[in-house]
Ligand binder design. Sequence first.
Ligand code: PMP
Length: 286
Amino acid sequence: MSSLVWIDGKLLAKQDAKVSVYDHGLLYGDGVFEGIRQYHGKVFEKEAHLQRLVDSARAIRLQIPYTIAQLGAAVEETLAANHMRDSYIRLVVTRGPGYLGISPANCTAPTVFIITDTIQMYPQEMYEDGMAIITAATIRNHPNSLSPKIKSLNYLNNILAKWEAIDAGVPEAVMLNHLGYVCECTGDNIFIVKAGILRTPAEESGALVGITRQVVINLAGTAGLAVQETSLTRYDLYTADECFLTGTGAEVVPVTSIDKRTIGAGKVGPVTRQLMEAFHRKVRQG
Ligand code: PMP
């Protein structure tokens, strides 16, 4: 377990790394973040994560008081201070302390902190045997209301769908968008395989544009697999040959049941297995 947290330029012991109760990140979910992995001493897809953080911040008019290079250096400094080689990094930028009103204009200094820790999102057997998931009744935020492309500190939309998964006794839930098309899961993107073609909701579905999703699309391209970024319905999920989820924490995790329908043969399918192996080779090589 790591013990030093980087906060506003200082490395503090975990118990001393604190934010104000007036911080609008806490009061209003006003802030953005990234979850990043480090494999074998190297930060995975560092530039893509830092760019997404900056884009999320721009979208909510939050000015991060550091450059991308400085943020990258701060991440490396925190990892080194904690002697981390394989870790899960949480990089958070909040609007900072203000008054009790929601106005972000009264918050003068954003709070920036970096935690380096470890994560095991799902139990190991789910990577071997596949996972059961459900489709949630809670729809994903309308992209013109609060775009899910913004990785913000306000995860209530996802949390409400996560409750549905918990109630159903499964670890994850698929959320549809405002048009009824498949969007993404509460913390992962979703792929299916049908007749040899890899299919995933297009960016226009309103999902978070996952970095692992893009890595998997690239790996599939390298392997000569056809990839479609498209509109998918519940029907497409239920009739898929294979299904899997992607995310920084989850990596690539197979799905073998959705809403009690068995997907394909009910086992980890060959394309999923191939991509899981390609993903593990890639992270091993850095
Ligand atoms: N969708 C949501 C809602 C997420 O929170 C995440 C990250 N946990 C993802 C998708 C996957 O994105 P990434 O591969 O960049 O981690």
